[in-house]
Structure formats: structure tokens, C-alpha cells
Ligand binder design. Structure first.
Ligand code: DX5
Ligand code: ZN
Length: 213
């Protein structure tokens, strides 16, 4: 089993104290920082955009794992790449006919390309893109909000992806991750875990992060 990459989601942080809350997870053993970008169209919520990513980049050394929950992701790849994203993940459902082009666009900036699927999307649909990708993000809640309950049936997609991918593909899960659901996902073969509420709403952030390994 390769090393597990914990990527705390700043969606659950205090946005008025973002630097403080980023340092907290940085000092507690996080490997990446998960940044949720929502546009109010692809998902029914609006979060942050390019200027915030640019500012975060200046205050942390953690790789920025940017999760685009937006329509027309192709229009924004350049901006997020130049703002400092190290991993750029977009949704299959946002542009099913333009996947290869967007993956190539992301890679042209020398950063990692990720493709995400929502709970109702079958993993078979993205099979042909696996050789082009650095990461697949399997959503374990409907995207849009932090603090939702883990959907176990989504985690069952992990072995299928793992079976068809090369060994370097990162398999990430996002939504409702805590120490119990993390175990389920890593046993299935996930090696990157996003967690928002479980980390940021805990009394001890370090213990929370360590309990995910
Ligand atoms: C949901 C976001 C997640 C969210 C996870 O659409 O993609 O990254 O922050 O939050 P928790 O871990 O609280 O479910
Ligand atoms: Zn996310």
C-alpha cells in the first residue's frame, strides 16, 4: 500500500482566519491542502475563486489540491494553474465531451490532473481516461457542502478504478471522511483522503489527522 495523502478541506476552516487554520493543518501533518471551488451552477453553493488561491499560495508550502466544482472548467484552468494549483481536479459531469482536452490543458502547466465523479456516475464512464490522469476523485457525498454523511456505495467504486489503473494513479475520496470511513476507503485502495468537518471541527486537529492514517 502506498503512502496515504491527507488533504484537509479548508471549506470547514474559519475564512476570517484562513492563514491560522491552514498553519494548523500544516503543522499537524497534512500533506496537501484541499481547496473547494464552487460556482453556484454546477453545485448549489458558491465558495472561493482564483484570488483566494493566489493568496493562499503565498502563505503555505503545502501543495494546493484544487477541486473545481464548476461548469465550463476549461475556461478557468489557466487562471487556477497560474494562481498556484499543484493538482487541478475537474468534474466529468461538467463536460463529458471534452475530458481529454482539459486533462491535456492541465498537464501543459506541469501540474497534476485529476478527474472527479459524483455519486451517481458509474466508474466505467471514465475508464478510458485513466491512463492520462494523475488522480481520480471519487465523491462520497453529493458535491456542494461540507459536513454530509458518507455514502458507502460510492466507496465501492474504488476497487474497480484501482483494478484498471496503473499503480501511480492516486485515488482520492472526498465527503464524510472520518477515522471509520477512512479505513473503509483505504482498505478498498484509496490513497488520498479529503476531510473537512472531521478535521476542523475536532478538539485536536493533530489527533484527527493522525487518526486518518
Ligand atoms: C464537498 C467538498 C468537500 C467538503 C468535504 O462538495 O468537495 O471537499 O469540504 O467536507 P466533509 O469532510 O466535511 O464532508
Ligand atoms: Zn472537495
Amino acid at each position: 500500500m502506498s503512502e496515504i495523502i491527507i488533504s484537509p478541506s479548508i471549506l470547514s476552516a474559519d475564512f476570517a482566519n484562513l492563514e491560522r487554520d491552514i498553519k494548523k493543518v500544516e503543522n499537524a501533518g497534512a500533506k496537501w491542502l484541499h481547496v473547494d471551488v464552487m460556482d453556484g451552477h454546477f453545485v448549489p453553493n458558491i465558495t472561493i475563486g482564483v484570488p483566494v488561491v493566489k493568496s493562499i499560495k503565498k502563505i503555505t508550502n503545502l501543495p494546493l489540491d484544487v477541486h473545481l466544482m464548476i461548469e465550463n472548467p476549461d475556461k478557468y484552468i489557466k487562471s487556477f494553474a497560474e494562481a498556484g494549483a499543484n493538482i487541478l481536479t475537474f468534474h466529468y459531469e461538467a463536460c463529458p465531451d471534452n475530458i481529454q482536452n482539459i486533462i491535456e490543458m492541465i498537464k501543459s502547466y506541469g501540474i497534476k490532473a485529476g478527474l472527479s465523479i459524483k455519486p451517481k456516475t458509474k466508474p466505467e464512464e471514465i475508464l478510458k481516461y485513466l491512463p492520462l490522469l494523475d488522480m481520480v476523485l471519487i465523491m462520497t457525498v453529493e458535491p456542494g457542502f461540507g459536513g454530509q454523511a458518507f455514502m458507502p456505495e460510492c466507496a465501492e467504486k474504488i476497487p474497480f478504478i484501482k483494478k484498471h489503473a496503473n499503480k501511480d494513479l492516486i485515488i482520492q475520496v472526498d465527503g464524510g471522511i472520518n477515522s471509520d470511513t477512512a479505513r473503509i476507503c483505504t482498505q478498498y485502495g484509496a490513497n488520498s483522503l479529503v476531510a473537512g468537518n472531521y478535521i476542523y471541527k475536532s478538539d485536536n486537529i493533530k489527533d484527527a489527522i493522525q487518526s486518518l492514517y
